[in-house]
Design a protein around this ligand. Sequence first.
Ligand SMILES: Nc1ncnc2c1ncn2[C@@H]1O[C@H](COP(=O)(O)OP(=O)(O)OP(=O)(O)O)[C@@H](O)[C@H]1O
Ligand SMILES: [Mg+2]
Length: 460
Amino acid sequence: MNALPVRLLVLEDDSSLSEILCESLSERGHVPVAARAIDEALDLLARTDFEVALLDLMLPDGSGLDVLRRVVEEDLPMESIVLTGYATVDTALQAMKLGAYDYLTKPARVEELEVLVQKAAEKARLRRENLSLRVRLERQEPLPGLVTQDSEMRTLLETVERLAITDLPVLVTGETGTGKELVARALHQRSPRSTQAFVAINCGAVPETLIESELFGYEKGAFTGAVTRKPGLFEVADRGVLFLDEVGDISAQVQVKILRALETKEFYRVGGMRSVRSDVRVVAATNKDLREEVASGRFRQDLYYRLNGVTLSLPPLRERPHDVSLLAHHFLERFAPGKRLSRRAVEALQAHAWPGNVRELQMTMQRAAALCQQDSIGAEDLALRREPARDWTGAATRAGLTLDQLENQYIQAVLAANEGHRGRTARALGLDPKTLYNKLGAARPRSKSPTAPEGDATRD
Ligand SMILES: Nc1ncnc2c1ncn2[C@@H]1O[C@H](COP(=O)(O)OP(=O)(O)OP(=O)(O)O)[C@@H](O)[C@H]1O
Ligand SMILES: [Mg+2]
């Protein structure tokens, strides 16, 4: 059969069965990725686009139905085939009701499996094409999932649109939590490669010894433990996008191999003698300064140029003053629809430094939504503990703040950092508490003269 190769997730805890399945699938030119437990399967689903999942039902850490539910709930453009023992046909029928494409009773015959996989993959491809068409038609303007009002971000997103249709490698830089992965996914979604996989690997999180076999796969017997051939992510991402996250953490040895794979569009599996072709577009991300890494010899210059067709630098949240409130409301709508943010809360959010950027803001809103019992979320519900912003001048200039506004923001930030405790805030600011009370005038109904000079409010 000269059908297209199919990317499969094979969830099966019985290692010999998993081996047989993976081997017969790769013999037919498919790309199976094995998972032995639910956790592992869910993790793979989050990082990799598959066309078909083969799901065993009874696993040590739960039921394969949980994976099926995730696929259905998130409306992933893939199809699931359930593997079942004779005794669990009832469960298989339940799986069909949940949205499985079909089921196979073990032991499955290879021909039967192949036919089913092909049919399921065809259906999955149609769904994916519809989906990418919909994404492209629906929202011509903003990129999916990306909320912003900041002019620098908007310009950057326009660049993403223009880059999407090219095949240039893109390097996304920015502090942690600024949205690098979101931008990488948006680029894929808007590109002609959107009908193929987006495959992500966090190079900083994979142990150095494993990263080569993750990227390039290995042959059966390449090392102890390599009981079956495993495809690498370069294969899984063939014709799609490979997202190399935290690319600055890759060792020199693996850097060479990536460079070669990108230059020749070919690579060898670990322990392999035959080269494998793969056509991937690489999007890399880092929160390090890669040029500095190059200068200090930790990152290869040739690979840097290879990855850096274009650099997209995401500004930190503290330099996007209009985005803080917009994103806060966006997340609130998601986590607690109907709840409001008090004015003080918005001020505290705006004054915060956001070292964790959008991710930190998202967590803050999620926590506040969960903990706050009232309809209106106050500044204290946000529990912002960190240090106030350090780069005040930069942010203030960009936001065009007056001195009074800047002073007010700074006071609010220190107040928020001290959980609304005015005595401690006054001490932190080096102010007499009365002076602070005066400066906060509006918030104190009994204060008659908010602008009174120091020492004048003693009777208040
Ligand atoms: N503009 C945005 N609109 C909506 N959500 C956003 C935006 N930017 C980031 N997020 C959300 O914030 C979280 C962090 O974003 P993302 O993972 O893309 O950041 P990152 O730059 O890759 O971070 P890290 O460097 O830590 O890997 C995600 O949950 C993402 O959905
Ligand atoms: Mg990331």
